[in-house]
Design a binder for this molecule. Structure first.
Ligand code: OOG
Ligand code: NI
Length: 466
């Protein structure tokens, strides 16, 4: 078979993301309502903010906006995680970044599977935040043993999807029929099963240890626990949610509202209580409830350099230190006020963000730059060309996640304010060993994208290098 007959991984990812969204809308209709609200708000923002509409058009983000979403899953074993890596690879998604959530009282560590090249992201920016349960953090040896047994017994992938992964690896791609079948089969792993694999008493034990442990261990598979569309104005959506019968969490995670958004702001609606059937040891079933699945929205801004990220982390830490308690309904106003005050120290215009090397940008030749191509001084620097308006810059959008925010999203959906304390050392190498690969450094990816855009400017303007 020739490469031409293969469907590109980017297209498989786009189709899979679509199929996943359709499935989740059927499973959780409130997510469908949220999608509508986000689409309406995005249309309104683009109508009212011509400058933003223009910026998103230059960077190509207008086209990806409606299809932009991320999801999250949680798995229990190294084998499950390693197989997911191979499954996502079929769709052109690689593990990017390492997130240790034990520091925030959640017994998992995670990565994000996503496309890495800007051209691939443009076709489908679909990402999946993927967490591995740290079983060693279960205190009771008997319960740990039970969890291990349950996980060892389950099969979260269909036989056919495993065959198709092997086929893709052997032949280097999938043809159209195979890709269609792959999408159908892969989707099965993420489907909700309302029948638990444990008895009501076992569920209760796992749940008492940590609700997340019950969610990972007591079911047949790693059901997708939320999907998240991208909004251009998260404050507007947050305010409008209650009017649509959607209850948002108390505070928006991430930076405060700004003229020029940075990184990522997120909020979610509370997980729904869903009916499940527990399977008793005599084979009978018993009705019960499980709360895990929710909806989330996010607003993405410019990606930060290590220097910018250090400033962000410092200002967020200062806010949390001053609040002296986890943000909640009770202290939400005070939290928002402290956050806004602290972030006064973060420049809020693109020119300063760029000059101070706090954020990443993409560079584009302007029309007058292209028109002046033949008369350009061949030794021009990037800064000179920007000053002459032959090159302009646009913010490079952040494609990743934030550990403190992720912990806040986890916590708000674990239903209580009990913060477990774990003294476990952060264990990136153990995670990578389970994954069977190293995670990619996201900062290197932003640097490469920025550099490619500079190279493309040089080429378009007939210069050797910039
Ligand atoms: C993942 C929570 C993290 C985000 O957007 O930060 C996340 C989970 O609850 O499994 O999705
Ligand atoms: Ni999320």
């Amino acid at each position: 078979m020739t490469a031409q007959q293969f469907v590109s991984p980017n297209e498989i990812r786009a189709r899979f993301s679509h199929a996943m969204s359709d499935m989740y809308q059927k499973e959780v209709p409130l997510y469908g309502d949220l999608l509508e609200l986000v689409a309406e708000t995005n249309r309104q923002v683009l109508r009212e903010d011509a400058a933003l509409a223009h910026q998103l058009q230059i960077t190509g983000e207008t086209e990806r906006l409606a299809m932009e979403r991320h999801g999250a899953i949680r798995v229990g074993t190294a084998e499950e995680l390693a197989t997911l890596r191979r499954l996502f690879n079929v769709m052109g998604m690689s593990p990017v970044g390492y997130y240790d959530l034990t520091v925030a009282g959640v017994p998992v560590h995670s990565t994000a599977f996503r496309a890495v090249h800007e051209d691939a992201l443009q076709i489908s920016p679909f990402r999946v935040f993927t967490s591995l349960l740290r079983l060693e953090l279960i205190e009771s040896p008997a319960l740990r043993e039970l969890a291990q047994q349950l996980l060892a017994r389950r099969r979260i992938f269909t036989e056919r999807v495993l065959e198709l992964i092997v086929l893709q690896e052997a032949q280097g791609g999938l043809d159209d029929d195979q890709a269609t079948e792959f999408i159908e089969q892969a989707l099965e792993t993420f489907r909700w099963h309302n029948q638990a694999t444990v008895s009501a008493a076992e569920y209760q034990q796992l749940h008492d240890q940590h609700r997340l442990i019950a969610d990972v261990v007591a079911f047949k598979g790693p059901h997708i626990n939320h999907l998240t569309p991208r909004t251009l104005n998260i404050d507007l959506v947050q305010q409008a949610m209650p009017g649509r019968g959607i209850t948002p969490k108390a505070v928006i995670e991430g930076p405060p509202p700004r003229r020029r958004p940075i990184l990522l702001r997120q909020t979610s609606f509370k997980a729904l209580e869903e009916g499940v059937a527990f399977v008793e040891h005599d084979g009978s079933t018993q009705g019960g409830h499980h709360t895990a699945r929710f909806g989330e929205i996010e607003q993405r801004g410019v990606a930060l350099t290590p220097k910018g990220r250090a400033l962000y982390d410092r200002l967020l830490q200062a806010t949390n230190d001053a609040l002296q308690a986890p943000p909640s309904e009770k202290n939400a106003d005070r939290y928002n006020q402290l956050l806004a005050e602290n972030f006064q120290a973060f420049p809020d215009d693109y020119a300063t963000l760029r000059e101070q090397q706090l954020a990443w940008f993409r560079y584009f030749p302007t029309e007058c730059g292209l028109a002046a191509k033949d008369s350009l001084d061949k030794h021009s620097t990037l800064e000179q060309l920007i000053a002459q308006e032959y090159i302009r810059f646009q913010p490079l959008v952040y494609e990743d996640f934030l550990p403190v925010s992720a912990a806040g999203i986890f916590q708000s959906n674990l239903g209580d304010n009990r913060h477990a304390q774990y003294n476990a050392a952060s264990s990136r190498s153990a995670f990578e060993q389970a994954l069977g690969a190293e995670v990619i450094d996201e900062l290197a990816l932003y640097g490469q994208t920025q550099q490619r855009s500079i190279n493309a400017c040089a080429q378009a303007l007939g210069l050797n290098a910039l």
